[in-house]
Design a protein around this ligand. Sequence first.
Ligand code: SF4
Length: 242
Amino acid sequence: MSLADLEHAAFLLRDHLGADTGPATDCRGDSTGPEMTSVWTTVVELVLNRRSRSTQTSVPEDSALIDATACASLSTLELAALLEKSRLSTRLAAPLAALARWWVDNVSVIDPEDASDGDGRDQPPWEARRKQASRSLDTVRGVSRELGERIRLFALGEPVTPVSRAAQRVFCRHGWLDLQSEYDDWQSTLSRWAESYSLDRRQITQWLDELGSRWCGPKPKCDECPLKELLPRGGPYELDGE
Ligand code: SF4
């Protein structure tokens, strides 16, 4: 894969899909940090969509879902009933319940160790929360690696790029990476793409999600796709199992 291909891809995607990352929870350099309610709402939206915020299902404002503490106090069955009432998928009740408890246990309360920057000085509260939240996220049952990275990127403002099925389809069909590549290779390639062209990682994630939902699904619709001019001679590479 050449970086020139990725530069060309970014140009085509910006041209066809635009550049709009929507409201961000990115507050590096801001000592007070974001409203915690809005960070939690972003987490809920990510669970409801399992994808970027560009195509989000909004959380109803009058729903208890926007209150992490209220969610954490409900059983999975009660949460499922709440989701059903809002016409949302009840299958998401279990991961949502687990994330609400994660939030209450790890984000609402700052561990004294995380409150310090290691040199004995207090960190800004948001930095301490972000560090503690990120470190503990991997232990939440029902949260996949991809969803965890979406939460880190969109809710916690960390510089990660989720490796989605859409990303894998696009990159493998163009021969830029193969499915056997290690997860770290995916991360470093996506990071190089972002860093080389000063692209917002949220933007890259949204572009890949949109490519996946509109053109690059299980059966690629290359003739209509913005990236068709970057296909290898002879067309897209076949993906095993598709
Ligand atoms: S649909 Fe075809 S042209 Fe578009 S990203 Fe997928 S493989 Fe590439």
